[in-house]
Structure formats: structure tokens, C-alpha cells
Ligand binder design. Structure first.
Ligand code: SF4
Length: 341
């Protein structure tokens, strides 16, 4: 059965015409699915009984409630979603992380089951790749949590590489930002990437969302040792692409930099970062590495992280140490495994 959630107004209009429904049914469907967040056709009371019956025969909205939720001592919640996939290899779950913070509430969503990028420090990367989510499954994470209506921001930083699932990502972004969808400002949304350059160029040209690039090491050979995709998409090329765009308006570019003890936390790395980012209006977020027995890396100590942060700020690169959230429930950066308890 076809899931309608994720379809644009235009796609829904074609669908309705194919089914012999009036064209305005498409707008009514958008209103029910995206504005009113209704997950079944029977509740769409301004559609005729005949249309509702036909919709029930051939389609679904594409919503399913999370199958598990763990709550951290700091209020962060990790939701587990089951993904329906007839070709499934057994890895059928993804996780989303709800992060309340004062008057903000951010949801970190997943785009894929596992990931092809193979970053050496990431639990998701260790699993390998098991499939991409369609737009309905991406949006379901946003629409099916109890806090859905309180969300102020969405970050595409969960399991998978968003730019390796570009079409579904863009369909989801369209639903979030279009006037027939949620009508959000694109500046409430951040897409994180290792920097698949051709797709990054498309994202920059086709949307206005904020972008976060996983940098983690400014030296090409050292970055390649922890991020194999450096070989295909060198960080120098990513930065020179980013420098072709204007970052002086509302749109923001940031760099994620996870600190590994003795690997990338020396001031030599900080100095090279300053050189690399010169001329780019951006922010660097330092992230505490969450050590686990299966990983060969250790966490940088507080003093080293603060010295690194101070060095960047003193040399004109805005830098902050990002607060770690949800570590006790394995919801922090790089720890999402999509595993049922
Ligand atoms: Fe994939 Fe992101 Fe993990 Fe890298 S850090 S393996 S891109 S999920």
C-alpha cells in the first residue's frame, strides 16, 4: 500500500486525479496529514465516505507509533521506530532523539538504517548499511512522537548520511517548509553531512536549511584514518565549495568536531583548522567523544577541550563545546544503534 505522507501537494493532486477524486482533495489531505497531523483516513471528516473507503483500500498515511522510548536523567528521550521493509535483513529499527532545552525542543532524526560512510568512531557506521528510509518513514519520526507539536527545531543528525538519501531528504524538507505542509522556516532545520560534495552543492542550491559538516580532523591523511569518505570527498574541496556561498545572512554553516584524546586535540590541529576555515563565516562545535569498549578512541580531557576552544575563538573562529545530552541512554552523538531492547 502506498504511504501518502511525504507526497507534495502536486504529487497528491496527480494521485487524486488518477483515482478520480476532485483535485481539491489533495489540499484537504495535506491539511489533515501535515497541519492536523492525523494518521488515518477515517478521521478526515471533510472527505466523503466513498473517498475515505477507497483511500483505506489503496493507501495508508504512513504513520506508526514508536515501539520503545527511553528517557535520560537530563530529560532527553530516545525513540525507537520499526521500519516496514519486505526486503528486510533484520535491521529494521531506527532511533530519533528528542532533546528539550528551555524553550527549545529539538528532534534528531534518522535517514537510513545503518550507514555506508563507515566513520570509525560511530556505532551506526560499525553496523554497515541496511537500507534508506523513504520520506514517509523520515516524517513519521517527527509526526508520531507525543512531543511532535512542541518541536522548535529538527536536525538530520541521527542514523545514516542524509545526502546519501537525497530525494527522500528533500521530500521531507519540502513537507516541513512548504505552505501546504508545516510551513516552517528552513532556518529551524539543520542537515548534517560528511560532505558528499555533489549532493552538498545541490542541497545548498535547492534549499535554505542550515548545514553542519562533520570535520573531526583538518589534516587530510588523519581525517581519512577516521573517516574513509575523506578519500572520495576531501575536506579541502568541501571547504572551497562552501566558500562559494554567502553565509552572512540567516543561513548558517557549522562544523562538528568530535575530540579524541591524542588524535585530533592538539593545538596544531586547532591552528590548521583556523587556516582551513579562514574567510568562511562559520561556527565550530566541539563534541565530547563518548567512549565505549568497542571503540579504540578515548575522550579528550576538559582542559584540552577548553584550550582548543579558546585557541579557535582567539584566532577568529567562533567555537563552543557542545553540551552532551542523553549519554546514559546511548542517545548522544555517534551512539545510535537502532536496536530493540
Ligand atoms: Fe554515518 Fe554519521 Fe556515523 Fe559517519 S558519523 S558513519 S556519516 S551515521
Amino acid at each position: 500500500m502506498q504511504a501518502l505522507s511525504g507526497l507534495s501537494l502536486e504529487q497528491l493532486q496527480s494521485f487524486c486525479l488518477e483515482q478520480g477524486f476532485p483535485k481539491f482533495t489533495a489540499r484537504q489531505l495535506c491539511d489533515w496529514m501535515y497541519r492536523k497531523r492525523v494518521g488515518n483516513f477515517d478521521s478526515m471528516t471533510n472527505l466523503s465516505l466513498k473517498i475515505r473507503a477507497r483511500l483505506n483500500e489503496i493507501a495508508t498515511v504512513g504513520r506508526s507509533a514508536p515501539v520503545d522510548c527511553q528517557t535520560s536523567a537530563d530529560g532527553t528521550k530516545k525513540y525507537l521506530f520499526a521500519i516496514q521493509d519486505p526486503q528486510s535483513d533484520g535491521h529494521n529499527h531506527v532511533e530519533s532523539v528528542y532533546i528539550p532545552d528551555g524553550d527549545r525542543a529539538t528532534l534528531c532524526v534518522s535517514c537510513q538504517r545503518g550507514c555506508k560512510m563507515g566513520c570509525r568512531f560511530c556505532v551506526t557506521g560499525k553496523q554497515g548499511f541496511h537500507g534508506s528510509l523513504d520520506a514517509a518513514a523520515i516524517l513519521n519520526q517527527i509526526f508520531s512522537i507525543p512531543e511532535s507539536e512542541t518541536l522548535s527545531n529538527i536536525v538530520f543528525m541521527g542514523m545514516g548520511e542524509p545526502l546519501d538519501n537525497y530525494d527522500a531528504l528533500c521530500q521531507s524538507l519540502q513537507v516541513l517548509t512548504a505552505d501546504w505542509g508545516l510551513g516552517w522556516s528552513p532556518h529551524r532545520i539543520t542537515v548534517s553531512t560528511v560532505g558528499i560534495t555533489p549532493m552538498l552543492r545541490r542541497l545548498l542550491d535547492e534549499t535554505q536549511v542550515h548545514v553542519a559538516v562533520s570535520l573531526h580532523n583538518p589534516f587530510a591523511d588523519e581525517r581519512a584514518a577516521i573517516m574513509p569518505m575523506q578519500k572520495a570527498y576531501p575536506i579541502a574541496d568541501i571547504i572551497s565549495l562552501l566558500k562559494q556561498y554567502n553565509w552572512f545572512g540567516q543561513r548558517r554553516i557549522s562544523f562538528e568536531y568530535t575530540m579524541f584524546r591524542g588524535i585530533n586535540d592538539d593545538l596544531v590541529h586547532a591552528a590548521e583548522l583556523v587556516r582551513l576555515l579562514k574567510g568562511l563565516r562559520c561556527r565550530v562545535n566541539l563534541i565530547r567523544f563518548h567512549a565505549s569498549p568497542e571503540m579504540p578512541y578515548k575522550t579528550s580531557d576538559e582542559r584540552t577541550m577548553t584550550a582548543f576552544e579558546d585557541y579557535l575563538n582567539a584566532h577568529g573562529v567562533t567555537c563552543t563545546i557542545r553540551a552532551s545530552r542523553g549519554e546514559d541512554i546511548m542517545a548522544a552523538c555517534g551512539l545510535l544503534a537502532g536496536k530493540n531492547k
